[in-house]
Unconditional design. Structure first.
Length: 302
């Protein structure tokens, strides 16, 4: 299983030079990938592209870009440009986001989410792969053909938890990017359903990218309480609540990898055994020594 870093915590006080330096440090430490969420006023693809010249091997992914506020043609153009800027190392992770943010922040109407995603992919994927699309859908439409800045399309992955989205991810994309999903849910829900969908579509075995908070500390109870406070909303959103119920836990803190370096290594191994192909760590500790110890533990686990 590949090990990566999710640096989205840096977006709370965003500085592009700090993000680029963190990506370079992750590559120097031997991590396979680095991920950023698309949130707030930092553009994840542009931030990852800025790290292209200072890195050479680490894969750079979005986890994830919400589809509602960005037309698929605009996202295709941006993703292809990022792919060119990073020398072919871009992973475009996309997702529906959630009804509260769609309606509360963007003041848009949450309706027909599955049809929304199918139409989105019907525009996005041909543009990435061939530079042209001709699709008239219920939600998204586009017709046009343009030269691309690279002929190597980025890998595309879909945030998928429920049965319908897992089927789409396996049938249409390179895999899924997960958040707040534990090993039991991976084994029972995510891995078999996305793999079955890919096999039925005669596609390669998809990537399953599992992301969780990781914190090496001598005070695990205190750290777990802090994570529970930070991630309360994820225990309330219906899509995540359903996954946490499969896992049999109250909230995300209960499946976070918190404790000694040995306990973190055991947790990573359990996730690999459940079928994840990749693990990416969100490191929430503000303590620089604990962060360094967490990074060392993750590097050793890889």
């Amino acid at each position: 299983m590949h090990i990566g870093i999710n640096g989205s915590g840096l977006l709370a006080r965003p500085r592009l030079d700090t993000i680029v330096a963190d990506i370079a440090a992750a590559e120097a430490k031997g991590f396979d990938s680095y991920w950023l969420a698309q949130t707030g006023l930092v553009d994840a693809l542009m931030a990852l592209s800025a790290a292209g010249p200072s890195t050479s091997s680490i894969r750079l992914g979005t986890a994830v870009v919400p589809t509602w506020p960005r037309h698929p043609q605009a996202l295709a153009a941006q993703a292809l440009t990022a792919q060119a800027a990073t020398g072919g190392r871009t992973i475009l992770g996309i997702g529906l986001a959630h009804q509260p943010s769609v309606e509360g922040n963007w003041r848009m109407t949450w309706e027909k989410p599955i049809r929304h995603m199918l139409d989105y992919l019907d525009v996005l994927m041909p543009l990435l792969e061939d530079g042209k699309a001709d699709h008239t859908g219920e939600v998204w439409s586009y017709g046009g053909e343009y030269a691309r800045p690279t002929e190597e399309p980025p890998s595309v992955m879909l945030a998928a938890l429920g049965d319908q989205m897992l089927k789409i991810a396996g049938k249409r994309t390179d895999g899924t990017i997960l958040w707040c999903v534990g090993p039991k849910t991976l084994e029972q829900q995510i891995v078999p359903k996305i793999n079955d969908a890919a096999a039925a579509a005669d596609r390669s075995t998809p990537s399953v990218v599992c992301s969780l908070p990781v914190w090496v500390t001598d005070e695990p109870d205190k750290a777990r309480a802090a994570v529970a406070s930070m991630l309360t909303i994820y225990g309330q959103l219906p899509s995540y609540r359903a996954m946490l119920d499969i896992e049999g836990v109250d909230g995300p803190a209960d499946i976070s990898l918190i404790g000694s370096a040995e306990q973190v290594a055991e947790g990573v191994a359990e996730i690999a055994a459940a079928g994840a192909t990749d693990f990416t760590a969100v490191i929430p500790t503000p303590d620089p020594d604990e962060r360094a110890a967490t990074i060392d533990a993750l590097a050793a686990a890889g």
